[in-house]
Design a protein around this ligand. Sequence first.
Ligand code: C5P
Ligand code: MG
Length: 193
Amino acid sequence: MLNLIIFGPPGAGKGTQSEKLISKYGLVHISTGDLLRAERNAGTELGNQANDFISRGELVPDAVVIGMVRNYMISKEGANGFIFDGFPRTIPQAEALDRMLEEFNTGISVVLGLEVEEDELVKRLMLRGQTSGRVDDQDESTIRNRFQEYLNKTLPLQGFYTAQGKYQGVMGMGEIDTIFSQLCAKIDSAQAS
Ligand code: C5P
Ligand code: MG
């Protein structure tokens, strides 16, 4: 299996690059943000639990997100591989993911980090807010809160995966196709080694 994590702050282009990677490598997309929003829109208990956290730009508790990912992975058994987009967001989520993949007799192949400057991210998210309909893209204070959560809880994963020899960073500014080619090069060299 080829299992990728697409990593980076909010607005880095994880969703955009995921779509392209999925069609090239035949992967199943696991976007926890999309899954949480779908649960919320369907009015499930999980969605209701998540809603307040999402609208404040805070992270949903680990146990909720981990359980949701686990169920989704089981429902996609037989997949060629997964691309995790927006997950893991914390060290406990990353540890749980390693254990879940072990149960499938597999592991993370490579972690692709999209590196973008904060001013550029705020600009992109405010712009996306005009069309995405996402409550958490609308005002600058919620966006700043999401960055704070990223810095406090998610950025430490860069060290976690560097220690595993799996982190590969790419400059996430510039042309979408140029960034995509760089990501593919990182994947191909990880597969060759
Ligand atoms: O990944 P995305 O930016 O779409 O996530 C949107 C929101 O969903 C996050 O700001 C957060 O509130 C919630 N989320 C979370 N834990 C995750 C993924 C998303 O709490 N692993
Ligand atoms: Mg996204």
